[in-house]
Unconditional design. Structure first.
Length: 217
């Protein structure tokens, strides 16, 4: 089983990557091969609306015609048995890089027919990890789950069932005294990081173990 993970955070070894590393360890404990790809290391842009992936008899039908760093990544996706997408929340949604990646990844597989069928050749498990500074009340008040759900339905349409993990109340920085940040309670943030973030890491580890189970249809 091969699991490919995508880090949609510009930061390495921070909240999002730490959770992705736990997913990798969980999957590896079940014998999976894993690879983590940092989207910010790649050179690409979002969909350019060329519609080459939709052209009747076109040589790029069902595939993205743009040749860039994502070309090799799409090949890896086709060879994967499970995918995990991790992203911080920026202004209520995933980062621009994750969003652009999803446009390029999902659109070619999405058929413009009445069923909106999928050209991806198999059903695979997918998971999404969101990290955010908001606490539970803020997340609910701002409707993040509803905002994010729409994209999850498109991901499900292409690949099959998806699951998500919301890691809330993450720390922005190590030391809140070094930044203008009176909106946040530094002590409460550190407490959450010490006591609650490890629980999210455990959930991520379990997600990794679960995500590489074969799908029996
Ligand atoms: C540009 C920017 C916008 C952000 N917007 C939000 C937001 O809308 N809601 C939120 O809860 N956190 C927001 N955050 C905080 C991050 O989502 C949060 O700290 C996240 O865990 C960072 O992930 P990382 O540590 O992997 O980089 C924002 C951070 C940045 C830099």
């Amino acid at each position: 089983m091969r699991l490919t993970l995508f880090n949609g955070s510009p930061r390495k070894n921070w909240n999002t990557e730490i959770l992705l590393q736990h997913v990798m360890k969980g999957a590896a404990s079940n014998g999976a091969e894993t690879e983590l790809i940092h989207l910010y290391d790649l050179n690409y842009k979002g969909c350019r609306s060329c519609y080459a992936c939709k052209r009747v008899g076109g040589k790029s039908y069902g595939h993205c015609a743009i040749q860039d760093d994502l070309t090799a990544i799409f090949k890896k996706v086709e060879e994967s048995d499970a995918l995990i997408f991790g992203s911080p929340i920026y202004y209520g949604n995933v980062t621009g890089e994750m969003r652009s990646f999803w446009e390029r990844l999902l659109f070619p597989y999405s058929v413009f027919d009445m069923e909106r069928s999928s050209l991806f050749k198999k059903k695979i498990r997918t998971g999404i990890i969101y990290t955010m500074a908001a606490n539970e009340i803020q997340m609910k008040t701002m409707g993040y789950e509803q905002n994010l759900h729409l994209m999850e339905t498109f991901i499900e349409k292409i690949f099959g069932e998806t699951e998500s993990l919301f890691a809330i109340d993450t720390c922005h920085f190590e030391d809140y005294t070094q930044y203008v940040s009176t909106f946040f309670n530094a002590e409460a943030k550190q407490k959450w990081r010490q006591e609650e973030f490890p629980k999210d890491c455990q959930k991520a580890w379990e997600m990794g173990k679960r995500i590489i189970q074969p799908i029996y249809i």
